[in-house]
Design a protein around this ligand. Structure first.
Ligand code: SF4
Length: 191
């Protein structure tokens, strides 16, 4: 395997730098089909999207620009509790309306100038594991059409999410991931 010293392959996971990537991300097909799903990931669920403190600050800075596009309910929630809150799992997440819809959901998608990285990376979910970061493929019924379109386009999860993965981990990291995928395909470890 063409790899640097910090890359490897253990059961179900490949290690790229300090990131553990689940094999599903390399093998499953995915391509969002917004016409079919209508971007339900911004509406469904019982908590907002995970955000970092830096992202909260960025969102607060963009509020003046997007305020007039927000619905009255969203404005009221933001006035009361701010752009984010801590959910039952202790995670900082974007504020929601009616216990489910992200306050930044507009009629044609996200109103924020820059989506939080957790939204940009979806259906990959990121988790801190001590000094390592774990990446998992999160399956959700509402994304069924994305698996069909992904298969038609022969686009795997990691290919569909190339841009946000580079945003998170950098170009070099992504190239290393691609070389590991090529090697796993050559050795028929994945198909
Ligand atoms: S993540 Fe799922 S629900 Fe959201 S836009 Fe993609 S396919 Fe649709």
């Amino acid at each position: 395997m063409a790899k640097n010293q910090s890359s490897g392959n253990i059961a179900g996971v490949v290690e790229v730098g300090n990131v553990l990537v689940h094999l599903d991300i390399l093998t499953e097909y995915f391509c969002c089909d917004i016409e079919k799903c209508n971007g339900q990931c911004c509406e469904e669920g019982d908590a907002g999207a995970p955000v970092t403190l830096d992202e909260v600050a960025e969102i607060e800075n963009s509020l003046d620009t997007i305020w007039s596009q927000l619905g009255a309910q969203a404005q009221s929630v933001i006035d009361c509790q701010g752009v984010a809150y801590t959910d039952v799992e202790g995670e900082l997440v974007t504020s929601i309306v009616n216990g489910r819809n992200c306050v930044f959901r507009g009629p044609h998608g996200c109103l924020l100038p820059q989506k939080p990285i957790s939204c940009h990376l979806y259906p990959i979910r990121e988790k801190q594991l001590g000094p390592m970061v774990g990446l998992n493929y999160n399956r959700w019924d509402i994304c069924k059409a994305a698996t069909v379109l992904g298969e038609q386009k022969r686009l795997r999860v990691y290919e569909f999410l190339k841009e946000p993965l580079i945003r998170c981990f950098g170009e070099e990291w992504y190239k290393e991931l691609e070389s590991i995928v090529d090697e796993l395909l050559d050795k028929k470890v994945i198909h």
